[in-house]
Design a protein around this ligand. Structure first.
Ligand SMILES: Cc1cc2nc3c(=O)[nH]c(=O)nc-3n(C[C@H](O)[C@H](O)[C@H](O)COP(=O)(O)OP(=O)(O)OC[C@H]3O[C@@H](n4cnc5c(N)ncnc54)[C@H](O)[C@@H]3O)c2cc1C
Length: 379
């Protein structure tokens, strides 16, 4: 058992950190304020290979492993959580289902544009009446000749505003509940797809969170992903992997806040000495660092198990649960360590505090992660 990153992963981490420090960090406040990641920055993510990190080279990706992908999301999120989730949702929720459940023809058709960033990926699962209860999806589809026709409403779709490539879930017959669900690969700029609005949010404000109406959306028969009626399984397996990305995002947010807190504690003087000399601050830093490090171990473990083809659903749920709770707790303490400055935009920890909260909600709330973990243990 080796708890150290190998040379390749260390080099990747260092080069991504260097890029993020120079190119992303200076823009993070602006991204939050303007609710948008600049197109040329996204183009740089594509150039760096972030948008196809674990897509095989045969389909235009960088051909790296899942741990590399987690490191990329972690490093981006240390500076800009909106960028972290752009890459995470695009990779884990947009590319991954095609990679795992797609036919060879579907992989060739869709993955190169996703890996190159020409199209940004999204998953359209959640609906007004179906959040944690995915089986309650109300969107329907029917077969008409060589096409499927999809109708319904989707909400909270990360990356939706790009109108790129979406994995859409709909039901053949709502009475069948989870057994009626199927998944389709959809060009979100198609007729029949209307982006209704991008939500105003507490955090990750640079990330689009879009509501859609699907109204007589016609897709060809070969848009069906996997077998008909297997949509629920595709959704659950996709989310199991997606949680590694969100856990990595949470880890990055927490680590970024810890780094800033250590620097600030050494620099800020009160009562004639740095606040880092106060045991009250030292204990906070020690607890924050311990939470960050345990999160990192869980995230890297889940990523490594997925890469090896071992069961990882419980590991990714534990990683997400722990890292998300860590992100919220650590960013809250980071604001406290920064005092009044921590409450201002300039010092960035207030943004991190706002950004952290969503990691306890999307891709399964913390309560849902506990259900997944408990089921694995208790049956
Ligand atoms: C910013 C953002 C981005 C998102 N991105 C996407 C995306 O890209 N694609 C997509 O499809 N969806 C996305 N979502 C949706 C997200 O995954 C859901 O919001 C989440 O799964 C929770 O569903 P809900 O909001 O309907 O809450 P609900 O399911 O209504 O839950 C409300 C509360 O009840 C609890 N609860 C519900 N059921 C149980 C239970 N059985 N046991 C215990 N507690 C329970 C929950 O934990 C929560 O605390 C996004 C959401 C947000 C806010």
């Amino acid at each position: 058992m080796d708890f150290e990153l190998d040379q390749d992963h260390k080099m990747l981490r260092d080069s991504v950190r260097d890029f993020v420090t120079k190119e992303v960090r200076p823009l993070a406040i602006d991204i939050d304020a303007k609710h948008r990641i600049p197109d040329d920055l996204i183009a740089k993510y594509a150039e760096m290979g972030f948008l196809g990190s674990y897509v095989p080279e045969a389909y235009g990706g960088a051909g790296l492993d899942i741990l590399s992908y987690a490191i990329v999301v972690e490093e981006l999120s240390r500076a800009c959580a909106s960028s972290g989730v752009l890459v995470s949702a695009h990779s884990s929720l947009g590319c991954d289902p095609i990679l795992h459940f797609g036919t060879e023809a579907q992989k060739k058709r869709w993955l190169p544009d996703l890996a190159s960033g020409k199209k940004i990926g999204a998953i359209l699962l959640t609906e007004p009446e179906a959040g944690s209860d995915v089986a309650n999806i109300q969107s329907t589809y029917r077969r008409e000749g060589d096409e499927f026709v999809i109708d319904g409403n989707k909400v909270f779709i990360t990356n939706g505003g790009f109108l790129g490539t979406g994995i859409v879930f709909a039901s053949r017959d709502r009475a069948l509940k989870h057994k009626g669900l199927s998944a389709f690969i959809v060009d979100l700029s198609s007729k029949g797809v209307t982006a209704l609005r991008n939500e105003e949010k507490l955090g990750i404000r640079g990330s689009y969170t879009t509501a859609f109406a699907l109204d007589g959306l016609r897709v060809p028969a070969d848009a069906l992903l996997g077998e008909e009626g297997r949509g629920f399984k595709i959704a659950m397996e996709t989310l199991n992997g997606g949680r590694i990305g969100i856990a990595a995002q949470a880890l990055g947010i927490a680590d970024g806040a810890l780094e800033r807190s250590i620097a600030y504690a050494k620099e800020r003087k009160q009562f004639g000495k740095p606040i880092a000399d106060l045991q009250a601050i030292q204990f906070k830093i020690a607890e924050m660092a311990t939470r960050v490090e345990t999160s990192r171990l869980l995230v890297y473990l889940a990523a490594t198990r997925k890469e090896k083809g071992l069961p990882f659903a419980t590991d990714s749920a534990m990683a997400k649960l722990h890292a998300a709770e860590t992100a919220v707790a650590v960013t809250r303490e980071a604001v406290q360590i920064h005092g009044g400055n921590g409450y201002t935009v300039e010092y960035e920890v207030e943004r991190m505090y706002r950004d952290a909260k969503i990691t306890e909600i999307y891709e399964g709330t913390s309560e849902v992660q506990k259900i997944v973990i408990a089921r694995a243990l208790l049956g």
